[in-house]
Design a protein around this ligand. Structure first.
Ligand SMILES: [Zn+2]
Ligand SMILES: [Zn+2]
Length: 130
């Protein structure tokens, strides 16, 4: 049987469908209920307000949103932090700036890789001439 430490409370548990122990899973469910309830009554709330009033950490609320359990459709002021820089966003995992930077980095890496291959190819050609 698989045994792991619960990432939330550190207790030993057997990972199954949930990634946290059953006590934590129950607690997360209660937190979820509190968030949903609060958002139902306060549609214009921001993630900070929800967190302060429900005592659910922003990180956990972000997780609910990412999992699609909390929808932003009916919560016009709700947003969650960008994975990289922490700026508040409403779509994807990253803000526009970080996404652009990442694409650029990937392109640079690709270019470097291509140049490296080119060099290897050249050196191979030289060698085959010998
Ligand atoms: Zn736990
Ligand atoms: Zn960002």
């Amino acid at each position: 049987m698989n045994i792991a430490n619960c990432p939330r409370c550190g207790r030993i548990f057997a990972p199954g469908l949930k990634d946290v122990c059953s006590a934590c899973a129950k607690e997360v469910e209660q937190q979820y209920e509190r968030c949903v309830q609060y958002l139902r009554d306060n549609r214009g709330a921001t993630i900070t307000e929800v967190s302060e009033n429900t005592e659910v950490p922003i990180k956990q609320i972000t997780k609910f949103i990412r999992e699609g359990r909390i929808s932003l459709v009916n919560a016009p002021n709700m947003s969650y932090p960008c994975d990289v820089c922490g700026i508040l966003i409403r779509e994807g995992n990253m803000c526009e700036t970080c996404r652009k930077r990442l694409t650029q980095d990937v392109n640079t890496l690709k270019e470097q890789e291509q140049r490296r291959r080119e060099e290897i190819r050249k050196s191979m050609t030289y060698r085959s001439r010998d």
